[in-house]
Design a binder for this molecule. Structure first.
Ligand code: BEZ
Length: 400
């Protein structure tokens, strides 16, 4: 569990000025109004710092802070002040937690979160208050679908995207009968929807959709059920600590060499050290991979390893790109975050020079990006090919 554990414990250091406004802390004094030109830009991290997604939240914050540090600690000519809330990956607490950042701390931008269910609460609060929101992971389709908005941006993916890419790969390989297995919440369900759309369009059939509640890791009964169905393959969505456990349980049940296991890349990203031999050879699809050859990625990986004594993963990339996107907006308005229309316009038009490869945003503000087919080799998710080039989420229901 070494790599996974060290991520969980890694401190997100390098703050220019950090205010720890953790959830549950006693009432804070009223903060001054946001965005006064000349003052600091207030960035509110709403991320999981505890629970199965804790390592993901830390990696996102690390990536974000590293980009800011590379700019000398300023974006748009202004220093950055950080605020933090641990969202615990708990959707029930999301509106209250987001309101703390928006109303109490009066942040200029909320950067959050990881969990799709929590994201729905943040989107609601951001829309009600016209607060800039940058989503650095959660894929919930609605955020760049029916709930899209001028102030809502994402630097990660929609849940539909990586699932769709794997559906295309397995459909093209001629597989016919697939069982899916996920946590029962938006990330799992929407990944399966994307997978099914592409896979069935190529003539395959999803014969059974299995699931268990998030963040339950009692996989045994479901693994037994999958084996009894004798599919050509299984497609899964799990991430963080749950992904570590699932991959190990799958191998321990003796299915690794019997039923091919595929997933969106969260299954093996940031988890390989803990998964060890159980993960070797697994194929996944994601918008990041090891072995990319662009210079941006090379420098990013060197800097990240030097700064945090860790190898970066997709979550660190998404955090880094969230800061890059904010920088594009802040530079365009010369640090005046009250010029919201100009800020949003510049962000919407930005081309982000990401370690994953450059990307632009769709009209709904979701990355249009390449999805890689990767294969686990040692401690790496090595790129095999581009599974789908410049894949755009369909943004169904978005009126922007
Ligand atoms: C989600 O809830 O959207 C999510 C969580 C972890 C990895 C990927 C997606």
């Amino acid at each position: 569990m070494r790599r996974f554990t060290s991520r969980r414990l890694a401190p997100a250091c390098l703050a220019v000025a950090t205010v720890f406004a953790m959830a549950g802390a006693s009432a804070q004094p009223a903060a001054p109004a946001p965005a006064a030109p000349g003052g600091k830009i207030k960035v509110g991290f709403m991320l999981p710092y505890t629970g199965t997604y804790a390592a993901l939240g830390t990696a996102i914050e690390n990536g974000f802070r590293m980009y800011v540090q590379q700019q000398g600690g300023k974006l748009g000519g202004r220093d950055i002040e950080y605020f933090k809330v641990d969202d615990e990956s708990d959707p029930a607490k999301a509106p209250e937690n987001a309101t703390k950042l928006v109303k109490r701390d009066q942040v200029d931008v909320v950067v959050g979160t990881v969990h799709s269910g929590v994201q729905m609460g943040i989107v609601k609060v951001a829309k009600e208050n016209n607060t800039l929101l940058i989503i650095p992971n959660a894929g919930v389709d609605e955020a760049t679908g029916p709930l899209c908005g001028p102030n809502i941006f994402r630097t990660s993916f929609s849940n539909w995207q990586p699932g769709y890419a794997m559906g295309q790969v397995l459909g093209e390989r001629g597989l016919k009968k697939v069982v899916t297995l996920t946590w029962k919440y938006a990330a799992g369900e929407q990944s399966v929807k994307g997978f099914k759309e592409a896979f069935e369009a190529k003539g395959g059939k999803v014969v059974k959709e299995l699931n268990l509640p998030f963040p339950n890791v009692e996989f045994q009964a479901l693994i037994t059920e999958v084996a009894s169905l004798k599919p050509d393959a299984v497609f899964v969505f799990f991430a963080g600590g749950g992904a570590v456990k699932f991959v190990k349980d799958w191998a321990a049940a003796g299915l690794k060499d019997k039923i091919p296991l595929y997933g969106s890349g969260f299954l093996t990203d940031g988890t390989l050290e803990a998964q060890g031999t159980a993960a070797q050879g697994l194929e996944t699809t994601l918008h990041y991979a090891d072995g990319l050859t662009n210079p941006r990625d090379k420098n990013f990986r060197l800097d990240y390893a030097k700064t945090y004594k860790l190898q970066p993963d997709v979550y660190a990339v998404q955090g880094y790109d969230a800061a890059q996107l904010l920088a594009a907006g802040a530079t365009a308005v010369k640090g005046d975050m009250t010029r919201k229309a100009d800020l949003y316009k510049a962000m919407g038009a930005a081309r982000i020079d990401s370690p994953r490869g450059a990307f632009t945003l769709s009209k709904a503000h979701n990355p249009v990006q390449d999805f890689y087919l990767r294969k686990v080799d040692g401690r790496e998710n090595k790129v095999s090919s581009v599974a789908v080039k410049a894949l755009a989420d369909p943004a169904r229901g978005c009126r922007l």
